[in-house]
Design a protein around this ligand. Structure first.
Ligand code: PGA
Length: 248
């Protein structure tokens, strides 16, 4: 059985003091959650959030990372830095990073391998544009993104890999894929994993839905057989809303 995982992607929101406030509000609200709960604050708040959640059921995530060990990469943050700070999950390949910061499938793959080698867990984001959905190439496109991201990763590592299927047209727009659409596309993603790794690999990888997931639609999405969790943007910025999604 795959344990559900709900992760909050705060994006470029919350100053350090606001981050502390949000996490303090969240801790009691999610303490009995059955799902795994992850928060991904901006880098600058990671240390403060780590301190607050260290004896709780909340896990810490980051929103990006660079794959090189160390060196002359001004402005970047390494996996070891995040690991020492208490991070367990790292979001990579978010569509906003692909769109605004030239993140490529090749980089996403390098990051995924380096994260796993360090004993941490990547949350690999994939998803189609509205144009691709309208042209009917969604399943092909997300299958390709999945295969490129997982290239060179061993089957045994898949239990530490999370994929977040996020249709780009549903992110921050208030438009959600219907639960059936999301389930169908995630099923195609799992099939792509099955093609490479077989049934066992496909069974153990966790696949989230992301894109305007909120307290109202979370239970229907989570009731789908292929959906193992959610990557939550807007609705993760309020403790009350996020805790409702966590408890779907
Ligand atoms: P949203 O963002 O929930 O605000 O649509 C999700 C995401 O981009 O991870």
């Amino acid at each position: 059985m795959r344990r559900p995982i709900i992760a909050g992607n705060w994006k470029m929101n919350k100053t350090p003091s606001e981050a502390v406030e949000l996490v303090k509000a969240l801790i009691p609200l999610v303490k009995d959650a059955e799902a795994e709960v992850v928060v991904c604050p901006p880098y600058i708040s990671i240390a403060a959030v780590a301190e607050l959640i260290k004896d709780t059921n909340i896990e810490l995530g980051a929103q990006n990372v660079y794959f090189e060990k160390s060196g002359a990469y001004t402005g970047e943050v390494s996996i070891d830095m995040l690991k020492e700070a208490g991070v367990r999950y790292i979001i990579i390949g978010h569509s906003e990073r692909r769109q605004y910061f030239n993140e490529t499938d090749e980089n996403v793959n390098k990051k995924a391998k380096a994260i796993l080698a360090a004993g941490l867990r990547p949350i690999i984001c994939i998803g189609e544009t509205l144009d691709q959905r309208e042209k009917g190439i969604t399943n092909d496109f997300v299958s390709m993104q999945t295969k490129l991201a997982l290239n060179g990763i061993e089957e045994a590592e898949l239990e530490n890999v999370v994929i977040a299927y996020e249709p780009i047209w549903a992110i921050g727009t208030g438009k959600t894929a219907t639960a059936l659409e999301a389930n169908e596309t995630i099923s195609a993603v799992r099939n792509a994993v099955r093609e490479i790794y077989g049934e066992e690999g496909a069974d153990k990888i966790r696949i989230q839905y992301g894109g305007s997931m909120n307290p109202k639609n979370a239970s229907e999405l989570m009731a789908q057989s292929e959906i193992d969790g959610g990557l939550i943007g807007g609705a993760s910025l309020k403790g009350e809303d996020f805790s409702k999604v966590v408890k779907f």
